[in-house]
Design a protein. Structure first.
Length: 70
């Protein structure tokens, strides 16, 4: 994992789909799980979705709070 990916979860927006425009780090867990089950896209987007899923699945969403700023 690239350490910068944690920051990217809070800057990169979902480019398409039901949650288009929402930050990757704010996507619902059920949506992330659906991607994992049906197949993640390639490249950076897939990497970020997988990371967001791991964070959500393990109950670590609070990990992102300090990166959100004030």
């Amino acid at each position: 994992m690239d350490p910068e990916d944690l920051k990217r979860l809070l800057t990169v927006r979902m480019p398409y789909g039901k949650f288009q425009g929402r930050l990757i780090g704010d996507l619902p867990g059920s949506y992330l799980a659906w991607f994992v089950r049906t197949g993640l896209p390639r490249g950076q987007l897939g990497r970020l979705l997988a990371l967001a899923h791991e964070i959500d699945h393990n109950g670590l969403r609070d990990l992102l709070q300090p990166l959100r700023g004030r």
